[in-house]
Each structure stands twice: as structure tokens, then as C-alpha cells.
Design a binder for this molecule. Sequence first.
Ligand code: SF4
Length: 469
Amino acid sequence: MAKNPKAPDTRSGRSPTRRPRPRRAKAVPEASSAADIEDLAPSVPGAAAPGAAAPTALRAQLLRWYDAHRRDLPWRCVSGSEEERAYAVWVSEVMLQQTRVPVVVAYYERWMARWPTVRSLAAATQEEVNEMWAGLGYYRRARFLLEGAKQIIEKGLFPCTALALREVRGIGDYTAGAIASIAFNEVVPVVDGNVIRVISRLYTIADNPKESSTVKRFWDLVGQMVDPLRPGDFNQAMMELGATLCSKTKPGCSQCPVSSHCQALALSREKSSVQVTDFPRVVPKAKPRSDFAAVCVVQIAQGLEEEAADPKGNDHLFLLIKRPEEGLLAGLWEFPLVLVDQGKTDLLNRRKAMDKYLSKLLSIDMVRKPDVILREDVGEHVHIFSHIRLTMHVELMVINLKDGVDRLCKKGADSTKLKLVNESCVESMGLTSGIRKVYNMVRAFKEKSLAVSEIGHVPTRKRTRRLKR
Ligand code: SF4
């Protein structure tokens, strides 16, 4: 998102050194089903709210501050065509939803090194994209990015207005406004959590910022304020102010470029009972739902005789299951996981549930057929999603399949619902942070509990008996 685009606009033939002429948004975008995941935008922002101000001085002060203090972020240094900048803005803005800038920078750089253009992204697989996204959370964002890229390539043109961008899968009003204003210089607003904080304070708005009427008001206000000549910079400056100086708990009002316009600051000086941090109103978050799961890290010995087996168990395979294509963590790989009722989280019930699940999945009688070499409770890991608190009760199970793993491997290759991978593959593949923690727990457990034996690897049943004597 270069401030001054240097490369020619391939569609308009615009001078490479000139900033694209600002485009006025013709109409407020209609709502579509393709909403951003964390989008706050109203469907149809309406008329200007009374009392709104679009002071020229405020714009000028804000932009001057932004020019002098803006952070050097990789997506702000993209030169090239409008389309290239639009792609960079898109990727960065989607990554930045619910994720802090320092975390995003590394992900963004890896992503752009692998898929530098929307066309290259469109050719990627969902699995590759998930792997690249692993650890960023909110995986639906990655999925929408890929689907959106495919849609754009199919249509043959990168949409260049907020209205057209809203038609792309996963792009809502926020992302559309950011891409349109920053990459295409369209005069449209952008409202995110940072902007809401700044606007709430500038205009002492104490209404519930989660309510749609209040959100609409924010869009209206910012819509009137956007600089007609530098809409992208203005939007970024607002977000930058909210992300840096106008922070949630410790705003740096003494250095704020727009403090002379800030009604919250003025009010706090008049009344000692008021603080600028009273704005926006803090709305208590809904308590997350509590879920409980049995997770079994299944390690499969390949039916080799003890003498032929790798003494460290490196030839063992881990069983991974693909989650359903819809819902939480859609399409991602995990260790076998079964949800259990809160009242049934004891070991017996968890094992019962897991055995039933594995029997069906692997077509194995879990009680009779496999030679379970080891089955140990490893511990608990609590993973917090935005709306769920998931307690995972983790166990490790090592199975010796006497007839080898060929049958299971075939099943995995056929169904694409399960796969068997070796340890180095688990180490390097993109797992969700929750599943990665489960894996690390198991690894630490093995190191602590099993490697202390004189054998130094996962014991067979025979060895276990020997150790007990
Ligand atoms: S004066 Fe303080 S509260 Fe007001 S916008 Fe600036 S940093 Fe935020």
C-alpha cells in the first residue's frame, strides 16, 4: 500500500508518479451475505448524524501526524500496480482482524513470499493456506481469502470500488473500505475497533458500540470526515491513532494531534468524575460456552518385530483426522477428538467415547483387536476460542497393529478424512495452536515419563512388565 504509487495503473494508464485521483463512492454498499467475520459495519449507512463534524483542521492535523509518525509496516511499502497494492491491503487487513500487528508482520511476509499475487493465491490449496495460517486463529479468514482469490481470478478483474469489493466472498464493509480507499483512493470510510474508540472520544459517544444503530452512526460520522484527497491515508491515520496514541487504557492525550477537537478530553478537564477512557462504553462480553473433549494422540507402531523397530519410535505414525468442512476450525487436521458431556469427563467415560469413535473410524474393535502397548492420561489443556472454552482431556495411546498399517493408510488415502504421518511431519505441519499444544504436552510427557527408562523409548507391553518388576 504505497503512499504514492510508482507503477503505472495497467487499467487506467495513470502516470506512475501521480496519486490516483480520488474516487467518490457513488452509493453506500448494500449488505451482502459475504460479510467479514469480525465486520462491524452496518448494512446501509444512512444520513449524517446530527452534530457530526468534518473539520478541515482535524483532517490536516491528523494527516500531518500520520506522515510524521506512521509505523513502517511491510504492507505499507508495496509498490506496483493498484491491483498488487489492493491484494497486499486485503491480505494484511484480513490478518489484522483480531490479531496484533507484531504477530501479523511475520505471517504477512511469509504469505507474500509464497503467494505474491492474487493469481498465485488462487492456485493454492486449502490445505496449503491452512498450513500457512496455522497459529493465527479464526481460520475462516484464511478460507475466505482463498475463496475470494479464486472468485476474482474467475471473473478476471480485481474489483476497484467498495461496492464491487463487497461482492467478493469474505469481504465485508470494513475490508472493502480499506482496500478501496487505500489501494484505489476511493473516498469511503473505514470503521474498526480503533476508529470506534477514537470517534467515541472525539464526540463523547457513550452508546453501546455493539449496537447496530451506534455502529451505523460511527460509519456516518467517519464518512463525513474522510479526506477527499487522501482517503486511504486518512483511514489509516484514524486506525493508527487508535492503535497507538488513543489506546484503550492509557491514551497519550498530551501528544495527540487532534486533542483540541476531543470532546472527551475537554469533558474530563471540566469534570473530575469523567475520564476519556469512559469512552467508548465497555460492554461486558458474553460468557463463553464450556465444552469438554476427549483427545487421543494415537501413535501407531507398524507391526514390526521389536528388533526391527526403531528404538526411539521414530517409525511410528500419528493418526490425524480432518474436521468437517463447515463449522469451527473447518477442514483442519487434529488428533482424534470427541466432545463429551460435562458430567462424563472421567477417564472411564472418556475412554468409552473415544473407543467407540476410533472403532467406527478405523474399523477396528478397540477392545479386542489392536495390541494397545500403552495408554496413559497426559493431562488437560484449556483452549479459548472467541465463544467457547474448550477443555481437552488428553491421553496418549500407542497401538501395535499386527497386520501393519497398510489397510489404514489405504483408508486414509481413499477418504482424505484421516491420514497417518510420521513425527517429523507432525513437527513441521501447520496445526492449530490448540492441537500444537496438545502435541507438545504429549511429547513432554513421553520425555518425562518414558524416556527416563533405561530403554529411552516408548515401551512395549513386554518392556512395561519388565520395568514393573
Ligand atoms: S485527545 Fe486523547 S482521548 Fe482524545 S482522541 Fe486524542 S488520544 Fe484519544
